[in-house]
Structure formats: C-alpha cells, structure tokens
Design a protein around this ligand. Structure first.
Ligand code: SAM
Length: 480
C-alpha cells in the first residue's frame, strides 16, 4: 500500500519518533561515505555557475534570468567531457532560458530542452532563431517602430496587457499604452514569424525595467510610486520609459546578431514546453550522451511570482498560473503532492513496477528519512509547517527525474548537475549527497562533487542564529 500523501509518510514517522529528536547518525554516515568525492574546483567560480558571466556575452545577455548558469560554464563542461563521434545529444530537463541548448549547438551537438515557463521558452527560441534571422528585414521593422506613436490613446483595449491579480498596477499608464501600441504593431504589421518572436521577446525582457516592480528574492517588490506599495519606502531607481527601453533592447539585439557570425548548422534541437516529470518518458533508452542541468533548488523559490509580469505577457492568466505553480518541481510550501498523479501516470504508461521500486528507493534513503524526521520534529518552530512536506516532495520528484535520466543516458554518459544545499532551522539538508545516493541506486556512479570555494548562508537571519556555517554550492558529476 502506498501512502496517500507524504503527510502519511511523515505522520508515520511522527509516531515512530515517539517525540524524540532524531539523531544525526545517518547523515554523518552519508557524509563519511562521500567525503572523498568532494573537490574544490577553482575554475567553477560563482560568476560562471550563475547568470553573472552571461552579462558580458553577446546574445546570452539579453534576458536577465538570475536562476540560470552561464554559457561559459556549459562550454567548459562540454570541452571537459568531450568524446569522439558525431550527432551527440545533450539534454537539459530544466532548460530555463536554454543556456545548455544553444551553447551545445554552438559546439556542434544536437540538443533537447524541457522547460515549463513560457517566457523562458520564448527567450530560448529568440536565441535559437538568431542564426537564421533576416537582419535587413529586422532593421526595417526597427525603423518603423521608431516612427510609432507610443502615446496613441485610441489603441483598442484588446491589445492591452492582460494583468494577473498580482501584477495589476505594475506599469505607469503611458507604459500600458506603449505596450498596447507595440502588441498591435506585432499582430497587425509583422508577417515574419521569427521577427514577431524576436520583438515579443524584446518586450518580454524589458518588462521589469519599465515597471514599478523589482524581482527581489521570493516576490516582486513594489516601488513607492506605484499604487500598491504598502510600506511606501522602496525606491527601485529609474523606471524607464517603454519606448526608449524597447528601442535600446532591439538595438542591442541587432548589434549582437551582427557581431556574431551566423553559421549554417546541421545540428538539431528539440524544445519541449512541459514538465520533465512527464516528458522524459518520451525519450528513447540510451539516447542521450550528456545531461547538463540545474534543477530548481529546494529553497522555497517561486518562479511564478518572480516572473509574474513575463508570464502575464506570455498569456498566463490567474487560473493557469495556479496550475503552473503546481506543475513545477515541488520547491515551495504551496506545492501539493504530485504522488497520486505520478502514480496514475506510471500505471498508464505500463511502468507500475518502476514506480513501486522508486517509492522504495525513496523510503530507503536513510539520511533523507532522518532529515525529514528532524524537520518534522521541529515543525512547530519552522517558519512554515509545510517545509517537511515540501522537502519530501522535492526529493521524491527528483528521484523520478534521476531515474529517467539514468534510463535515457548512454553507457558511459554523464550527468552534470548544479544545485545548492539548503538549511532549515539550522539543519543542513545534504541535497548533493541524498541525490547522489538516489543516483547510485539507479546505476549512476558519483565521480566527483565539485564544490565552490565559498558557500552561502541560507538567510542572514539564520546566520545570526546558527552561526556562519557555509552551505555547499555544488556541481555533481555522475556517470552511467
Ligand atoms: C535553476 S533553473 C535552470 C536555468 C537554466 N540552467 C538556465 O541557464 O536558464 C530551473 C528551471 O527549471 C524549470 N522547471 C521547474 N520545474 C520543472 C519541470 N517539472 N519540468 C521542466 N522544467 C521545470 C524552472 O522553470 C526553471 O526555469
């Protein structure tokens, strides 16, 4: 009998717990088992495995996706694990704005990306199509855009930005009109699909700059000049006029395309707008040579709030944003268990036994169980009672993902995963080691866990309480 939800697992543990705080034994043992795998890799600095290094890279700099890693990082990995042979396939099951996909294509690989957020898909498409865009035609459109009346108050309501509840009031009135003028222009004047995509992407990528909001950790932070700011003390600095910012962005795009040689490429790519939990099953056994990825971290970060403006612009409404939030890999306290859905899905595709063995794999991970029991024991003093369930959901889903990656990887193929450990109430969750344990049960050997020279605290508040313990920021390398 499966537990209905992770709550059952945890409550079962609560009984077992008998009100005693769990010891640290399994977690210490796990650390002991893997301690020789840790290696500080001085090449992998913070800038390289974050978006930072992209800021000076033509084309990669267009859309600030703070959760992304850099093209230089992907190329470093591809060069390091290069092997002979053509038509090799690189996969990123959490492809974000497609850094892995396009970097791999640049180096001659075929690539596959899976991603759920429409604005991230749009950013990936925009970068891919730069190789085939007619730059002359794009120039002509830019000249026409410069002539547009961005204050045209007669523009039809149907072209206005469709706000979500959480984005209402995000733009000054003149920007609302400017966006509508641009939407009308794209819909009625541009027939070339690629140019439409590129211009829509340009608008999507400047929304934060022209709004009263700033992406700030978990939520959008509202400037005091908006009508929504409750605390009325935050000043985000310049709120750019829409027309200026758009023209600047389009000019940057043209400059970057012109400065980057367009090359004929026979490489293929597949970009899937869906969830890896369900889409990886469509990939054949032993099809992929290399996986380079960074899943969401187990840190309560909510992409649907941070990217609310871009999601709304890309057609997500109040209903679909809720659904999207639940479809993303569980990493927020709002995520409900996907257990039943996944169970049904595996049954439906004839993989009931696989699912059962993955449930066992999950339950037999001693260090994870200990960490969950410890979180559960401290549930009342955690700043949210759903944290233990969120952590359980996260690992359960990652276990399924790793199993699928192990299946579709060629023998000798590698998985390179960027992820951070996290801390709740002073307990470090050994994300790197727990996932490596899952991997080892699934036929993957941990070659190395590269660690960055300096970790980071979970929050300044926790640092105060728990001292300056550093959390591992890691890149794991697993081989099949
Ligand atoms: C850490 S980011 C990866 C960023 C990427 N490396 C880049 O450079 O852009 C994790 C990504 O996973 C995506 N994601 C979350 N759950 C997913 C799921 N179930 N299937 C596919 N993608 C998912 C998020 O939307 C986010 O873009």
């Amino acid at each position: 009998m499966y537990p209905l939800t992770y709550l059952d697992i945890l409550e079962e543990d609560l009984v077992l717990l008998n009100q005693e705080e769990p010891k640290n034994t399994s977690r210490v043992n796990l650390h002991e088992k893997y301690k020789d795998k840790f290696l500080v890799n001085p090449t992998l600095n913070r800038s390289l495995i974050s978006f930072q290094a992209n800021k000076s890279e033509p084309i990669y700099r267009w859309f600030k996706y703070k959760e992304g890693f850099s093209s230089k990082f992907v190329k470093y990995i591809l060069n390091k694990f290069k092997k002979a042979g053509s038509n090799q396939v690189v996969l990123d099951p959490f492809s974000g704005i497609g850094t892995t996909i396009t970097s791999a294509m640049e180096l001659g690989y075929n690539s596959i990306g899976i991603e759920l957020l429409p604005p991230a898909i749009l950013a990936t498409e925009a970068r891919i199509l730069t190789n085939r865009i007619n730059i002359q035609e794009f120039h002509t459109y830019l000249s026409e855009i410069k002539q547009l009346n961005f204050n045209d108050k007669s523009v039809s309501k149907k072209y206005f930005f469709k706000h979500l509840t959480i984005t209402k009031g995000a733009f000054p009135d003149e920007t609302e009109i400017g966006i509508a003028v641009m939407n009308k222009f794209v819909e009625t004047k541009i027939s070339n699909q690629d140019i439409q995509t590129l211009i829509r992407f340009a608008v999507s990528s400047i929304l934060e700059d022209v709004s009263f909001t700033r992406k700030d950790g978990q939520y959008l932070r509202w400037d005091h000049r908006s009508n929504r700011n409750l605390k009325a003390d935050f000043n985000k600095g310049i709120i750019f006029p829409f027309r200026d910012r758009l023209i600047q962005k389009l000019t940057d795009i043209i400059t970057d395309i012109q400065s980057t040689p367009q090359k004929e490429s026979s490489n293929t790519y597949t970009l899937i707008n869906g969830s890896s939990l369900f889409e990886l099953h469509n990939i054949d056994n032993e099809y992929v040579d290399l996986v380079i990825t960074s899943p969401p971290y187990c840190n309560r970060y909510d992409y649907t709030r941070t990217y609310a403006l871009e999601l709304a612009y890309n057609g997500i409404d109040d209903n679909s944003i809720k659904q999207l939030r639940q479809t993303l890999l569980s990493a927020t306290v709002e995520n409900k268990s996907k257990f039943i859905n996944l169970q049904d899905f595996y049954e439906c595709i004839g993989k009931k036994e696989v699912f059962e063995s993955l449930v066992s794999n999950f339950k037999e991970n001693d260090a994870l169980n200990e960490a969950l029991r410890s979180l559960n024991y401290h549930r009342n003093i955690l700043n949210n009672k759903n944290i233990p369930i969120m952590v359980a959901n996260y690992f359960f889903e990652m276990n399924l993902i790793i199993a699928e990656l192990a299946r579709i990887l060629k023998k000798g193929g590698k998985i390179i995963m960027v992820n951070d450990n996290v801390r709740y109430n002073g307990d470090e969750i050994q994300v790197d080691l727990i996932l490596s344990e899952f991997a080892s049960k699934l036929g993957l050997k941990t070659d190395v866990i590269w660690i960055l020279e300096r970790g980071k605290g979970n929050s300044s508040q926790q640092m105060g309480v728990h001292g300056r313990q550093e959390l591992r920021k890691c890149v794991y390398v697993w081989t099949k």
